[in-house]
Design a protein around this ligand. Structure first.
Ligand code: PLP
Length: 293
């Protein structure tokens, strides 16, 4: 159905209690990027929340393929959500009483960064709002608990910045509103070891660094170290690699994307164009209607 016609019951916990997990896979030049990695993360998230929709992984992949084919998209943002329904009449709200179900859609490609932001580099801030503790909400289970990010986004807007990067309660960097973060110090590419989603784009960055012989570290990054670093960039499905040029008003690299960040970004898209981790969309199913695996 047209995405604007899609609806969910407003009484479902998936909506009313944020009792939902999701994933997003990108399609570029007619191919999914790292489809199996996204499906595996989605399945792990659903298992963690004890959600058991009837579809197998192969069926979910077929559904996503069909959505992209029917929407005739060569570049797409493809979302898969798993929501918990309301309990049947007379039953309590315990998760085991409620069925879970999928809601998937494909829309034209979405990017966190605008062309202007890519050209000048992102302007980031570390807001007062802290990331929800991992003991409360597991950040590796992709979720809609965006209260902390929304507060950070409001603060970013108030200070004229683009996006917030949140700290944990030990003053270590976690992640931004919809993206992982990296900093570069003395030629080493560093990203937080905990408190963040294990991003598929982040994994791609670490693979590219290994290929280029750029040293990497996955460890805690204190806010002061992050603010003083040589370069910073963000990574996400919806945008790829997004270099920053300002952090809390401090200007880096003459107010432009740093050289190593820019190199990684260029290599990322060059490799994507060559079919790196690509699964071609089968557009024939749009007309045959055959989506069964
Ligand atoms: N962190 C958060 C909170 C996100 O929402 C996202 C993506 O939406 C990411 C990180 C980046 O993950 P990925 O590279 O798998 O898209």
């Amino acid at each position: 159905m047209p995405v604007t016609d899609a609806a969910i019951p407003v009484t479902d916990s998936g909506y009313r209690r944020s009792d939902v997990t999701y994933d997003v896979v990108g399609v570029w030049q007619g191919a999914f990027f790292r489809l199996d990695d996204h499906i595996n993360r989605f399945r792990t998230s659903m298992n963690s929340l004890r959600m058991t929709p009837p579809e197998s992984d192969a069926q979910i992949k077929a559904i996503l393929n069909r959505l992209v084919a029917m929407a005739c998209l060569r570049e797409a943002y493809v979302a898969m959500d798993c929501l918990r329904a309301a309990p049947p009449p007379g039953k309590t709200r315990h998760p085991s009483n409620c069925r879970s179900y999928l809601s998937c859609y494909a829309i034209p490609w979405v990017s966190v960064a605008t062309p202007e932001m890519f050209a000048r580099g992102l302007h980031l801030i570390i807001p007062k709002a802290r990331r929800i503790p991992t003991e409360s909400v597991d950040p590796t289970v992709k979720n809609f608990h965006w209260g902390d990010f929304t507060r950070g986004l409001i603060e970013a807007e108030d200070t004229g910045a683009d996006y917030p990067v949140l700290l944990d309660f030990d003053d270590n960097v976690t992640e931004g509103s919809g993206f992982n973060v990296f900093c570069i110090i003395d030629g080493k590419v560093i990203c937080p070891a905990r408190g963040a989603l294990e991003g598929v784009t982040r994994a791609s960055v670490l693979e590219m660094c290994a290929e280029l012989g750029i040293p990497t570290e996955v460890r805690d990054i204190h806010a002061d170290e992050f603010r003083d670093s040589d370069e910073i960039f963000a990574s996400t499905t919806a945008g790829g690699i997004m270099p920053a040029s300002r952090i809390d008003g401090r200007i880096m690299n003459n107010d432009r994307p740093g050289p190593i960040s820019a190199r990684l970004k260029d290599l990322f898209w060059a490799k994507r164009a060559e079919g790196w981790h690509a699964t071609s969309v089968d557009y024939s199913v749009a007309t045959t209607g055959d989506s069964a695996p």
